[in-house]
Design a protein around this ligand. Structure first.
Ligand code: ARG
Ligand code: ZN
Length: 869
């Protein structure tokens, strides 16, 4: 039986809805009994069939208004009640099911994580608990009673407020919860287990006191503080910037070790991958601290954008995800550094999202066709979705954007909405026409702007000729013109910024690109300017403008905007890589250009005044970032050239790097922006110095002097990348110290998986048997197998096909245990069209091997089908 696709155009409102749900869980790891009592309300008087979604449980019984009911049909994924003899407006269904959470390795529905039990219902996991109208436009009130062994599960949690509890004589206890807010079943959650609990309080802007609770595995209390601080900052920020206040009296976060994704915004009871909760200086890096804070914020912000206002159907996922990512990006930017956050997000867009647009999985931020919804929790829906919101923000400005938000919330609170509802509110509140802009929701692919310029010295006029074109994508051949906000700046040759004027008026620095070809003319331009194009990445597009090296140096040196300086340096890196890649491919010696050294010398001169941007600019793009500027990717060539660039920079700038390295040593570890910037700068210097003659001594010392994970990991990474003599000893030391801690070991597994060594695949295969590895834990799988496939392109794309064979072997196992994780890991294999014929043949062979599997999960099926087309 082939999985069937669903189409956005086929959306129909329900015939029956569910208004109230009472759920009774008799919890047990092997044998959980669920009784669900649904109040069903007819919406369509002609309807005769009620089809409920459900699978992967044992169905025990069904009653209608208290009487056993047998007029139903059951298949692998649903139960359809025949109500042709039953015209009632409203009735009750009671459904009993039996579950085995300990054997649920899919980590959807109710499953066991460590010694606890928890749920994951988004997108369609609720149907693994009981039969239900499992769709986000069915909004109901929930009451949940949990009963379990008290010594094993002292905490029994569900959404909303605790309304009653009691003890039973057999050692079990029970707790009853009620959530006063309407919600779809994907936001339902329960947790049972034994935890350490961190408690705090937050007073909202209207003066209500909210209990804050963070539940972590016993012994981890010293790692929960940062998450709590992050939560309070998020609550405060959402009040101040968006005027949005929390609505329940309690907010709970539970950290679990087994989790498919980052975290889940279940109403009042967030469940998190422990990776995004636990942090202390010994176990977490600066990046981990930032990751925890932004995911805590993201899930908290969903309380309004996602929960109070949810999605009508899953095609609208970006309505909540794009908007919530935009909100968490703004939060981080307001609290830390706006340019640094922007650079991080743009790197992700240009590498991962652009690659998705060019892949068989290309889709608009609002997909038209879905087989497995879990496959659409993508960088396109999330990050490009956030870019689309950001463009609306750019076009409207903060004030009108906030007016739009207010209107959107006023109109849609308590409802299941669409992307159109959001855009329409923005449009009506601001008066800005978003008609053409709407196409961003329906068109996939990465638009390309080709820009040429012209300076008329006599008339002091400067023209930008802009053309837009979106190449066809796998899902959509015909493309239309988009409304693209193009932010520009003009600089004189000594770096002075030139005012943008038309006739005598100052004009906006955001150009509205709406046609296929357009010319923008600027007057009173006293000299030929150097243009900065797509400043702050004002739209998710590629720009093709033929910069000279001198122009790029001018921008790196003078631009008053950090992003522009960084971006000009990126172009220099890419040009350098391109030039040497063709030399490498023609077996000519590589040469390192003076210009790049000049640029980086300039960058290093700002080490004291702006350590953060210096660190970011000095960071060499990853292989996967370089790869995106090629139609056909040469993974071995890119790795070799990047390696050469790294060594050349290290050799040429050794003395300067050493000075900066020594200047930025910190006396103690603090999570503050200033220190994080210095650590980042010092550690990027170390990453280069590792390739010089002082490398081994320096790295070894760095490791042993480190009093925090950021520095420890930086030295370990430097030792592995540069293959230093101290490497094996440091890796062994780290393993000895941390082998009992999976989250920390993930960093070690990732370093192993991305080693430059010839025999890295053998090493990775050996590590599948490592004492800290566990095939059932998605974090372990991602950090070893996932990192090998997606972050070590040289080894994964080895021309003998060994990397592909290994991944396919792993996917065959994961197909049975955890298809959702399998479908994530397959990504590098479905991008076959980006490689040469020989690799394509090998990749295709791997995909075909998977396609032939007996029980191929729909998650993998959908991607393999598309890849083989
Ligand atoms: N809504 C969650 C978030 O954005 C992600 C849940 C994804 N779950 C899934 N099964 N794909 O934080
Ligand atoms: Zn989200």
């Amino acid at each position: 039986m082939q999985p069937k696709a669903k189409f956005r155009k086929d959306y129909r409102p329900v015939d029956f809805t569910i208004t109230d749900i009472y759920l009774d869980f008799q919890l047990d790891p092997q044998d959980t009994l669920v009784t669900s009592t649904l109040t069903v309300k007819r919406q369509n008087s002609d309807a005769t069939q009620l089809r409920l979604d459900g699978h992967s449980f044992e169905f025990l019984s069904l009653k209608l208004n208290g009487e056993p009911f047998s007029k139903y049909q059951k298949d692998d994924e649903s139960l359809t009640l025949d109500l042709s003899q039953f015209p009632a407006e409203q009735f009750q269904l009671e459904i009993q099911t039996r579950l085995n959470p300990s054997e649920n390795t899919s980590l959807q529905g109710l499953y066991q994580s460590g010694d606890g039990l928890c749920t994951q219902c988004e997108a369609e996991g609720f149907r693994q608990i009981t039969y239900m109208l499992d769709r986000p436009d069915v909004l109901a009130k929930y009451r949940t009673k949990l009963t379990a062994c008290k010594s094993k599960y002292p905490y029994l949690l569900a959404n909303g407020n605790r309304i009653a509890q009691g003890e039973l004589e057999d050692g079990r206890h029970w707790v009853e919860w009620e959530d006063p807010f309407l919600k779809p079943c994907y936001l339902f959650a329960v947790v049972a287990g034994d935890f350490d609990l961190l408690q705090d309080k937050f007073t909202t802007m209207s003066g209500r006191v909210v209990d804050l609770e963070i539940y972590v595995d016993r012994g981890n209390l010293d790692r929960a503080g940062w998450a709590m601080e992050s939560l309070k900052r998020s609550m405060k920020w959402d009040e101040e910037r968006f005027g949005l206040e929390y609505d329940l009296d309690i907010y709970m976060i539970v950290a679990v070790d087994f989790f498919n994704m980052g975290a889940m915004e279940n109403k009042g009871l967030n469940i998190f991958n422990s990776k995004f909760v636990l942090a202390n200086p010994q176990t977490a890096t600066d990046d981990d601290y930032m990751g925890v804070e932004s995911v805590i914020a993201h899930e908290y912000f969903h309380n309004w954008t996602g929960n109070r206002i949810t999605c009508r159907d899953w095609f609208q996922l970006s309505l909540k995800e794009g908007l919530t990512v935009f909100r968490d990006q703004e939060f981080t930017s307001d609290l830390w550094s706006r340019p640094a956050k922007r650079i991080e997000d743009v790197r992700m867009m240009r590498s991962v999202q652009f690659a998705e647009d060019a892949s068989p999985m290309a889709h608009p931020i609002r997909p038209e066709k879905v087989i497995e919804m879990n496959n659409f929790y993508t960088v396109t829906v999330y990050e490009k979705g956030a870019e689309v919101i950001r463009m609306i923000h750019t076009l409207l400005g903060e004030e009108k954007f906030q007016k739009g938000m207010k209107l959107y919330v006023a109109e849609q609170d308590g409802k299941a909405a669409t992307c159109e509802d959001f855009v329409s509110a923005m449009e009506r509140a601001s008066g800005v026409d978003l008609q053409q802009f709407r196409r961003w929701y329906s068109q996939s692919g990465t638009p390309e702007l080709t820009i040429a310029d012209e300076y008329d010295e006599k008339r002091q006029t400067y023209r930008l000729h802009v053309s837009q074109m979106t190449p066809p994508t796998a899902d959509q051949v015909e493309k239309v013109n988009l409304h693209i906000p193009l932010r520009v700046a003009l600089y004189g040759e000594n770096g002075q910024k030139i005012n943008l004027q038309h006739e005598l008026l100052t004009v906006s620095d955001v150009l509205d690109v709406i046609h296929e070809h357009q010319t923008f003319e600027f007057h009173n331009v006293p000299q030929r300017p150097v243009p900065a194009l797509l400043c702050d990445f004002s739209a998710p597009v590629r720009v093709d403008y033929n910069y000279s090296t001198e122009q790029l140096l001018t921008l790196v040196k003078f631009a008053d905007n950090e992003f522009v300086r960084w971006d000009a340096a990126q172009t220099l890196y890419i040009n350098e890589l391109r030039a040497n890649l063709s030399r490498f491919q023609q077996n000519q010696p590589m040469q390192f250009s003076e210009a790049l050294i000049e640029a980086l010398t300039l960058v290093l001169e700002k080490a004291n005044t702006d350590p953060e941007l210096t660190a970011l600019t000095l960071t060499l793009p990853k292989e996967t970032e370089f790869a995106e500027s090629f139609k056909v990717i040469d993974p071995a060539g890119i790795a070799a050239v990047r390696d050469f660039m790294q060594r050349s920079i290290a050799e040429s700038l050794k003395d300067r790097l050493l000075v900066v390295y020594n200047q930025n040593r910190l006396p103690e570890y603090r999570v503050v922006a200033e220190d994080m910037a210095k650590r980042a700068l010092r550690n990027v210097c170390l990453s280069y110095l590792a390739f010089t003659d002082v490398g081994n001594t320096l790295v070894h010392k760095h490791y042993h002097q480190a009093d925090n994970m950021t520095d420890t990991l930086a030295s370990l990474a430097a030792a592995t990348k540069a293959q230093l003599p101290c490497r094996d000893q440091l890796l062994a030391d780290f393993e000895q110290k941390w082998h009992h801690d999976g989250l920390v070991m993930d960093k070690w597994f990732m370093l192993q998986a991305t080693r430059p060594d010839e025999n890295v695949l053998e090493i990775v295969q050996g590590l599948l048997e490592h004492r800290s590895f566990n095939f059932k834990n998605p974090n372990r799988v991602r950090s070893l197998i996932g990192a090998f496939a997606s972050q070590n392109p040289r080894a994964f794309h080895a021309i003998d096909g060994s990397g592909y064979r290994f991944l396919v072997d792993m996917l065959i196992k994961l197909n049975d245990t955890n298809p959702q994780v399998a479908a994530r890991l397959i990504e590098p294999l479905i991008k076959l069209s980006r490689y040469d014929a020989q690799r394509q043949t090998l990749m295709r062979r791997g995909l075909e091997r998977l396609k032939g599997l007996d029980h191929l999960a729909r998650d993998l099926f959908e991607k393999i089908e598309k890849a083989l087309q």
